[in-house]
Design a binder for this molecule. Structure first.
Ligand code: ADP
Length: 670
């Protein structure tokens, strides 16, 4: 029996583990960094201990500090979640030595699967089918080249210690090989302190299908079917579903058995995932095993009706699995997407900022796993995931339809998110028809993440209308205060501003400014407004409902919309999409323009990792000026126009805040 569980993680996974543990009557202990003192995972637990500064290396990755909290809080088990210490064999061993249960496999299994090369050697012995390739010890470039030639192009180089798609290079011909080996080795060394590579046949248009396995300490190992994670961008998962669409039951069965064999070969205990790549001919090959709970475990929970965290805790406490393989069935279909603070229109650049508004839809078959809340923030310190949005249905079509609808009803203000991108993805005809291959998202990126789409006329008209209603309401309360129903403050038709009785509102979207002229209409009984812009008049009428949403007719068509105001920002949520606008203040607009000229600022808090220019340098439009890094992603700052560097505010190694000046260019006109 586990009585007290320390959750060595944060965010949604910490909240999720706490929920199950508490339902099982287990006392829960959270740990938190300085950046997380007020976050939901802290409140989700019975008690919470500070473990250090925001940087993960100084808090969530501090094995000794966390173990010390385990001891002092009387925890008899530690759940590592995913990421951080979850695949750290040293931590698993330290727990064991301290007499604390590590909720995960034995350290030896983590070690065995920790290197892609070692894992492949083991799997080969266990008779698990592999991707053809080289995973030997001899790492001389000549040997690696020879292996690539023997395998045949295209090949994929992978850092043996890799993860998260780092250190991977697709090589299509012999002459690209030396440079690719070089750079993959460098990336492996920089990211994992290990430059060993493996070489694999690069399979064209494959699917990523992984199998969830579970083992207890009594020699029972089962699989909980598969998940298809083929929707990937740069080898990173975006959408995961279970079961894999259109998978031949005989292949499902064979993959399940291969996964169980893989787990048994390393003496596995607990929850694990065996990843396979499935080629176009239906042949599957072992890729790697993740020795922890996966981000995408909820889809398996929904189709099996099991709580994987509860199972992990029971197995960790020494219980037997409460079922056999034959007891397990797939019921229905589940799909999950990862909602991130990132900007698809700017190459998915991660975003940070306050979560001024954060509302998730509820509905049949919808599950939201989130670790942030309205009033919180997405910071530079951790992964910018806001939530996992998961939908379940009787079949795939129903699950996808529910997910698409839920994505359209999410309201987030403060950071740009990938919600629109995800909605287009789950509603894409090829995704709906299914299955897709791992290259699908890359090929369709222009459709899925269109650059800077302009707000439709209805959104602009509604933004103007909401402004007028808000103004009306403010005027009414002012009138109430004056005690004079005939006071001019009781009128909001613009009489005070100018003779013709209208308000001009400048809404900016990116570079484009639209002047929306709002004029009150006096026909009929209910008062409406006309919004005039781009040479067209739109007629609007409606009101705010009790929940704050707008019930509005635009040119006769009824819409339900939400307009959120945050300082000068107005975000219009309409028909399942959102349109961020800036309401320009006519008195300050001029100043803003000038400040932006030629002065490049940090789009987010980051570290400067490279500087390519010096004061006095002449640079061409598009030239790299410097490179910053935040959230493990590099961001290249380029010259917006031809110019001369007249000021350089940073050097390599500097940490800069969002909005900090980096470089000032003076334009050269020729
Ligand atoms: P990481 O551990 O860095 O995530 P993986 O080995 O799990 O790396 O591979 C990540 C993704 O890269 C896979 O899901 C798959 O889409 C793609 N991939 C891996 N190996 C191959 C291969 N041999 N051929 C084609 N695609 C591959």
């Amino acid at each position: 029996m586990i009585r007290t569980l320390l959750i060595a993680n944060r965010g949604e996974i910490a909240c999720r583990v706490a929920r199950t543990a508490r339902a099982m009557g287990i006392r829960t202990v959270a740990v938190f960094s300085e950046a997380d003192a007020e976050t939901p995972h802290v409140r989700a637990c019975d008690e919470a201990w500070p473990i250090g500064p925001a940087a993960a290396a100084e808090s969530y990755l501090k094995a000794d500090v966390i173990l010390d909290v385990a001891r002092r809080s009387g925890a008899d088990a530690v759940h590592p979640g995913y990421g951080f210490l979850s695949e750290n064999a040293g931590f698993a061993r330290a727990c064991e030595a301290a007499g604390v249960i590590f909720v995960g496999p034995p350290a030896s299994a983590i070690d065995a699967m920790g290197s892609k090369a070692g894992a492949k050697t083991l799997m080969e012995k266990a008779g698990v089918p592999l991707v053809p390739g080289y995973h030997g010890d001899d790492q001389a470039p000549a040997i690696l080249s020879q292996a690539a030639l023997a395998i045949g192009f295209p090949v994929l180089l992978k850092a043996s210690a890799g993860g998260g798609g780092k250190g991977m290079r697709v090589v299509r011909s012999e002459d690209e090989l030396p440079a690719a080996i070089d750079s993959a080795k460098r990336e492996g060394k920089a990211s994992f302190g290990d430059d060993r590579l493996i070489v694999e046949k690069y399979l064209e248009r494959p699917r990523h299908v992984e199998v969830q396995v579970f083992a207890d300490r009594h020699g029972n190992t089962v699989h909980l079917f598969e998940r298809d994670c083929s929707a990937q961008r740069r080898h990173q998962k975006i959408l995961e579903e279970a079961p894999a669409p259109g998978l031949d039951p005989a292949i499902r069965d064979a993959m399940g058995r291969a996964a169980v064999a893989a787990a048994e070969a390393v003496g596995y205990v607990g929850a694990g995932t065996v990843e396979f790549i499935l080629d176009a001919s239906g042949t599957f090959h072992f890729m790697e095993m993740n020795t922890r709970l996966q981000v995408e475990h909820p889809v398996t929970e929904l189709i099996t009706g099991l709580d994987l965290v509860a199972l992990q805790l029971r197995v960790a406490a020494g219980e037997k699995l409460p079922f056999t393989q034959d007891d397990l069935r797939i019921t229905g279909h589940a799909v999950e997407v990862r909602l991130y603070a990132e900007d698809p229109a700017r190459d998915f650049f991660p975003q940070t900022g306050p979560l001024t508004r954060l509302r998730f839809p509820q509905g049949e078959g919808i599950r939201i796993d989130s670790g942030v809340e309205e009033g919180g923030a997405v910071t530079v310190h951790y992964d910018p995931m806001i939530a996992k949005v998961i939908a379940y249905g009787r079949d795939r079509r129903e699950a996808l339809a529910r997910l698409g609808s839920a994505l359209g009803r999410i309201e987030i203000v403060g950071v740009t998110t990938n919600a629109g991108f995800l909605k287009r993805l789950v509603e894409h005809p090829e995704v709906v028809a299914g299955p897709i291959d791992t290259g699908f998202v890359g090929r369709e990126i222009a459709t899925l993440a269109p650059a800077g789409e302009a707000a439709p006329a209805a959104a602009l008209a509604i933004a103007g209308f909401a402004e007028m209603l808000a103004f009306d309401a403010a005027a009414k309360s002012a009138a109430a205060r004056t005690d004079d129903p005939t006071s001019p403050w009781a009128r909001a038709d613009g009489w005070r501003l100018n003779d013709v009785g209208h308000h001009d509102l400048d809404f900016r979207e990116g570079e484009r400014v639209t002047m929306v002229r709002m004029a009150a209409e006096r026909s009929g009984e209910g008062r409406g407004w006309t919004a005039r812009f781009d040479g067209t008049d739109h007629h609007l009428s409606g009101h705010f409902d009790a929940d704050g949403s707008l019930n509005v007719r635009v040119d006769g068509v009824r819409h339900r919309a939400v307009v959120v105001a945050d300082r000068d920002r107005r975000v219009v949520f309409l028909d399942g999409r959102s349109w961020p606008l800036v309401l320009e203040d006519p008195f300050t607009a001029g100043e803003v323009e000038e400040v932006g000229h030629g002065r490049l600022i940090a789009p987010m808090p980051a570290k400067v990792i490279r500087v390519d220019v010096a004061v006095g340098d002449r640079v061409a439009r598009g030239a790299t000026l410097l490179v910053t890094e935040a959230m493990k992603m590099e961001h290249t700052v380029t010259a917006p126009a031809d110019g001369v560097v007249i000021r350089l505010a940073v050097a390599v190694g500097d940490l800069v805040d969002e909005g900090a000046e980096l470089v000032v260019l003076e334009a050269v006109d020729e």
